[in-house]
Design a protein around this ligand. Structure first.
Ligand SMILES: *Cc1c(COP(=O)(O)O)cnc(C)c1O
Length: 359
């Protein structure tokens, strides 16, 4: 633990791969046996480290999902041989990567049929109501014709993406589900059909088809923003106190003196800031955990350092500090609430100044 400081890092993100594997197992148990499972490890596995996570879970899953071709190529270079689906838009510039790295493309517009090189495998994506990318339900006949015309590329999958599958009883979801089932009737023969993201896997039934695509849930987060006892957050972000100082009552702390010492007492300095991924809007609103006790972060968060108020506790320099992780006030759910965002963004914010450690 001390070693990360010795190596010159300021903090570590401990990734518990056992927790990820348990989360994968629980998600799989929610759907019928035989349904395939894709781990979505785009965006560096939502901040957890794509290659490292991918290598450790490859025996537990059937597919990998990424967004960029570059992300897929990197995983191939790391020795991962599972099928990889690239969600991003194929272009003339990126077409060769699909063949070179054996990546499956996502076709969501007619021009993509012409961009892909002979032999490339692709899944067709329909926009059944997400309002982002994909063919519209009324395109289905033309898409079918195109699939047959373009015999030099390989049609192997059919997919859609849900806009609010984590909401039980959502009308948007029901409409999407209905649209997709009609498309599957026309184009779903002999290909891998899939729709369910984490929200649908955790909160919906009868939409899982041949494969589920699990992202945030494998890292332990319920997409509905509420802690889920069956999912264990895998990441704990830790640092150490590098200084403890005594300051007098009334002393202003950090840029612009947004906070003053309420009494004489101790403050602790932690060597992480917004450059590491502690969003500045958390200033004065987050807490850290030291020795099982929580302490408030005070004053403005700075680029490299934060200050915590220790009151009368003269804590030893070098003590471990939990910034993010576990449940309660240091959880990503809590950070997301404070920031008005979602847990997805909280873990994606953790930057490359933070050493990832796998346990
Ligand atoms: C990101 C993504 C997912 C995973 O979503 P989660 O909510 O994290 O499970 C699944 N499918 C597609 C197409 C995606 O872009």
């Amino acid at each position: 633990m001390q070693t990360f400081l010795e190596e010159g890092w300021s903090s570590i993100a401990e990734v518990n791969t056992h927790a990820i594997r348990e989360n994968l197992r629980w998600l799989r148990s929610r759907v019928d046996p035989g349904i395939l499972q894709m781990a979505v490890i785009k965006a560096d596995a939502y901040g957890h480290g794509a290659a490292e996570v991918g290598i450790r879970i490859q025996d537990d899953i059937d597919w990998i999902g990424v967004y960029q071709v570059r992300e897929g190529a990197e995983l191939r270079d790391s020795g991962i041989s599972l099928p990889i689906l690239v969600f991003g838009t194929p272009t003339a510039e990126t077409a060769r990567f699909y063949l070179e790295y054996n990546l499956v493309a996502t076709v969501s517009r007619f021009e993509h049929f012409d961009v892909l090189l002979p032999g490339t495998a692709y899944h067709i994506k329909f926009d059944t109501g997400m309002g982002r990318v994909g063919f519209l339900p009324e395109d289905v006949t033309r898409v079918e014709r195109e699939i047959h015309t373009q015999a030099h590329i390989r049609y192997t999958g059919l997919m859609t993406h849900f806009a609010d599958s984590e909401v039980i009883g959502s009308e948007i979801f029901e409409v999407q589900k209905e649209h997709f089932s009609q498309i599957v009737e026309k184009l779903g023969e002999h290909v891998t059909v899939h729709a369910s993201n984490s929200g649908a896997t955790v909160h919906q039934q009868h939409v899982h088809y041949d494969l589920i695509r699990n992202g945030t849930s494998i890292y332990g987060f319920d997409p509905n923003g509420k802690s889920n006892a069956s999912l264990t957050p895998a990441l704990a972000w830790k640092s150490r106190l590098v200084q403890v100082r005594h300051l007098p009552k009334g002393a202003g702390v950090s840029y612009s003196h947004k906070w003053h010492m309420p009494t004489d007492g101790f403050v602790g300095i932690i060597p992480v800031g917004y450059a590491d991924g502690i969003n500045r809007n958390l200033s004065g609103k987050m807490v850290v955990e030291i020795g099982g006790k929580t302490y408030p972060q005070v004053g403005n968060i700075t680029m490299d350092q934060i200050v915590v108020f220790l009151g009368s506790d003269d804590i030893q320099v070098g003590s471990e500090v939990v910034l993010l992780g576990g449940r309660g006030d240091t959880s990503a759910y809590r950070w997301a609430d404070i920031l008005g965002t979602i847990t997805y963004e909280v873990t994606c914010m953790i930057g490359n100044r933070v050493k990832r450690v796998y346990i």
